[in-house]
Design a protein around this ligand. Structure first.
Ligand code: PEP
Ligand code: MN
Length: 361
């Protein structure tokens, strides 16, 4: 439930409400937005719900208490109606600008990364990507350069001014990755690695949470909820395709997730057409599609010589292909935003998932 405080509520009244919530063994989370101060009451309420709702509603300074049936609270639009904007160096994600994260699947050597960084920046990328620790399906495949790659990423950031994003695979890597990178990425295979989610929830770096390839939107938002409730409000969601019966593409890009998420949550949404399709020629049309349905940006893999790449060779764009995509993407983004009066978020109600969602599991 959310406790909406009166505009004129005093600090003492807010404290009074918070202490009452804490006394129940629950946690109050604060959001001061355009419509005033709200406190989310988070924790297992059980059959105390109705009585507590009434009790809180009667406390001084309280305007009203709204029950919320969704399992995700802090990531919900109801709690935080304004879009979350994530600022990192000169880039902003979720502010209406077009975010383009580009770079190689894996950092393979210094020269490969520096060349790519300069090229993608020249064509309008706003964030540089590159894998240092690679989650490979085969234990025999290239696993990434690790800390050496983190050093190259930091050097590329210093050279180009682009913030860098890279994946962190284990809780014990979080500190070292956060020392070098500006944004931490949680990969599809780790979306439900709860100790990792809590660990990235405790650092002062934005996190991009990729959708688990078998995860529902609700499970994905609950994973984001782990990060936010651990103390880190700067979460970006990335739709990177889910596994279906289709085999022509590596995954199936769920474009409906984008406008759906914009209704359900205030967090920015990025589309990754590279991992979604696994095929180079499908990346540009689906990047355009992602932006057309209102994504805050895209993540695309770019390599100086994709055919020789040590990972994901078939889906990486070369520089010419990236340049061509970057001629088309900004005008589509601009046009869609103009049509929607500057917002990608179309407000409205969303029913609970068919079958009742998480409550049934
Ligand atoms: C990646 O972006 O480097 C990656 C491994 O993607 P995913 O986790 O979506 O497979
Ligand atoms: Mn890849």
């Amino acid at each position: 439930m959310f406790v909406v405080m009166r505009t004129a509520a005093t600090e003492a009244e807010v404290l009074g409400v918070k202490s009452r919530i804490l006394a129940e063994g629950l946690t109050p989370y604060e959001h001061a937005g355009e419509s005033g101060l709200q406190l989310a009451v988070v924790g297992e309420l059980g059959d105390r719900r109705a009585a507590l709702l009434e009790e809180l509603a009667a406390l001084p300074g309280v305007e009203r208490v709204t029950p919320i049936n969704r399992p995700f609270k802090l990531t919900s639009r109801e709690f935080h109606p304004e879009d979350t904007v994530i600022r990192v160096l000169d880039a902003a994600v979720g502010d209406g600008s077009l975010t383009v994260m580009a770079g190689p699947c894996s950092v393979e050597n210094r020269d490969q990364l520096m060349t790519t960084a300069v090229e993608v920046k020249a064509h309008g990328a706003t964030i540089l990507r590159g894998g240092a620790f690679k989650p490979r399906t085969s234990p025999y495949a290239f696993q990434g350069l690790g800390v050496e790659a983190l050093r190259y990423l930091a050097e590329a950031r210093d050279m180009t001014g682009l913030p860098v994003i890279t994946e962190v695979m284990e809780p014990n890597q979080v500190d070292i990755v956060a020392d070098y990178a500006d944004i931490l990425q949680i990969g599809t295979r780790n979306m439900q690695n709860y100790s990792l989610l809590q660990a990235v929830g405790r650092v002062a770096r934005p996190v991009m949470l990729k959708r688990g390839y078998g995860a529902t939107i609700e499970e994905w938002l609950m994973a984001a909820e782990y990060i936010v409730s651990s103390g880190n409000p700067s979460v970006i969601l990335c739709e990177r395709g889910i596994r279906t019966f289709e085999t022509y593409t590596r995954n199936t890009l769920d474009l409906a997730a984008v406008p759906l998420l914009h209704r359900l949550t205030h967090l920015p949404v990025i589309v990754d057409p590279s991992h979604a399709t696994g095929k180079r020629w499908l990346v540009p049309p689906l990047a355009l599609g992602g932006v057309a349905v209102g994504a805050d940006g895209v993540m695309v893999e770019v390599h100086p010589d994709p055919d020789s790449a040590l990972s994901d060779a078939e889906q990486q764009l070369n520089f010419t292909e990236f340049e061509a995509l970057m001629r088309e993407l900004p005008p589509v983004h601009e046009h869609v935003r103009e049509l929607r009066n500057g917002t990608s978020f179309v407000p409205g109600h969303v029913d609970a998932p068919a079958g009742g969602g998480l409550s049934k599991h």
